[in-house]
Design a protein around this ligand. Structure first.
Ligand SMILES: NC(=O)c1ccc[n+]([C@@H]2O[C@H](COP(=O)([O-])OP(=O)(O)OC[C@H]3O[C@@H](n4cnc5c(N)ncnc54)[C@H](O)[C@@H]3O)[C@@H](O)[C@H]2O)c1
Length: 397
């Protein structure tokens, strides 16, 4: 049973606390840190949290507290991690870990030097659908992953600081690209080295300095590609979809919008529908249990199991650091309009991963390129001669 200090009484602090206190959870928030006394008190009363403070240091150093959860704007993650490491407390930090890889590496070094358990709160690799899909991939159900595409788009974030580059560190690429990059990386294999990236960013719609739209490709050492598509100007709610293409199969996952729960309301009782929903009347798409479906519940289960068993969770600060390095390379590529290398200062995965290969022998002289049943009922074979390299076609007898 962990006693938690929640740093930040905003949107994610609220979601995290709902998730931790739901389902009669045994890990409870005992202190809430908010700059504003009244907001801290209101948050405390709403969630049954006995203590609130306007001092981040006091919250972290509270002797009753075992675990620090960071839900603060991006510019405060490093400061909070410094305090947690100094106090030698277990620390779980929201995404993105840093505003850039330099900050993320500092955070990784701090927690490792302090010898404390650390977790990177990347909820979207823990959605129930993603967990099941990842298990299928790991069991070999779709062969080798060639391409993993992840999309997160919505009409833009809910607080001023996200839109202010000096505080947030970047636009939609940093804010939501971090989710998509880690999702694709999880499907492709976190032990496979990300090698280079190509990225496009632009500020198309919003009056801001940072990018509001971004697309990118992360190429891994085995040839697999992780593709991300993120936007702060998408209309219609929050779209979270992933597609995985393997040598032996395919997975399509829709995590949030239009997943089978559809409701029509002429407007009798308006109110919250789901995160970033744009309409409260007409056809609406509520979400059964939002904290579960967004992955928070399974994420905290993994984090607090690691805390209890003194092991590592699936997502650590090291993963957060890798994601930050990939995003830094993306920003470089968006500037140069060229493939840019991912410059990892530390790599703990496999060295020299061999290329993906689906090569299939047909007989001793031929490789099979393709087999297909045609409309006339016959089966056509495309074969490659192993010696000459010539490609021919024949009918299966
Ligand atoms: N799916 C996710 O994992 C997810 C979703 C949303 C946000 N986040 C992350 O959570 C973090 C917080 O985002 P949010 O959505 O809760 O933002 P928010 O604006 O809703 O809340 C941030 C809180 O920090 C407070 N704050 C702002 N400036 C401060 C300062 N200088 N000192 C102390 N407190 C300050 C705000 O008053 C607010 O209570 C960000 O890093 C964001 O990327 C993660």
């Amino acid at each position: 049973m962990a006693k938690i200090a929640m740093l930040g009484a905003g949107f994610i602090g609220d979601f995290y606390t709902f998730s931790l206190h739901g389902q009669r959870g045994r890990d409870t928030v005992q202190v809430i840190y908010s700059r504003d006394e009244a907001r801290g008190e209101a948050f405390g009363k709403k969630h049954g949290i006995p203590k609130w403070t306007t001092s981040m240091k006091a919250a972290v150093n509270d002797p009753d507290i075992d675990v620090i959860v960071i839900g603060l704007p991006n510019n405060l993650h490093l400061e909070a991690v410094k305090l947690a490491a100094a106090a030698k407390k277990v620390v779980f930090c929201t995404k993105p870990l840093g505003r850039n890889a330099v900050e993320a590496k500092k955070m990784l070094d701090l927690v490792e030097k302090a010898g404390v358990i650390h977790g990177y709160l990347e909820d979207l690799v823990y959605t129930p659908k993603t967990l099941k899909a990842l298990k299928a991939v790991q069991s070999g159900a779709i062969g080798q992953v060639i391409w993993a595409r992840s999309r997160e788009t919505h009409p833009g974030p809910h607080s001023d600081w996200f839109w202010t580059k000096e505080i947030s560190g970047g636009g939609v690429l940093l804010d939501m690209g971090c989710h998509c990059i880690e999702i694709s990386r999880s499907y492709i294999g976190k032990d496979i080295r990300p090698v280079e990236v190509m990225c496009w960013t632009d500020t198309l719609v919003k009056p801001i300095e940072a990018e509001d739209n971004a697309l990118g490709w992360v190429r891994y050492e085995n040839g697999a590609v992780g593709q991300f598509e993120v936007s702060w100007s998408f209309r219609g709610g929050m779209d979270l979809r992933d597609e995985v293409m393997g040598t032996e199969g395919t997975i399509w996952v829709n995590n949030f919008l239009r997943t089978g729960f559809e409701m029509f309301s002429a407007g009798g009782k308006k109110g919250y529908v789901a995160e970033k929903a744009e309409t409260e009347t007409g056809w609406i798409f509520p979400v059964g249990d939002e904290v579960v479906e967004l992955g928070y519940t399974d994420m905290f289960t993994d984090m607090f199991n690691a805390y209890e068993k003194k092991t590592e969770p699936t997502e650590t600060f090291y993963d957060g650091y890798i994601v930050n390095e990939i995003m830094d390379a993306c920003y470089r590529s968006a500037g140069t309009k060229k493939w840019e290398p991912v410059r990892l200062k530390e790599w703990r995965g496999r060295e020299k991963t061999s290329k993906i290969s689906g090569k299939q022998d047909y007989d001793k002289d031929h490789l099979l390129v393709k087999e297909e049943r045609m409309p006339d009922g016959t089966v056509k074979l495309i074969l490659k001669n192993k010696k000459t390299g010539k490609i021919t076609q024949t009918r299966k007898k």
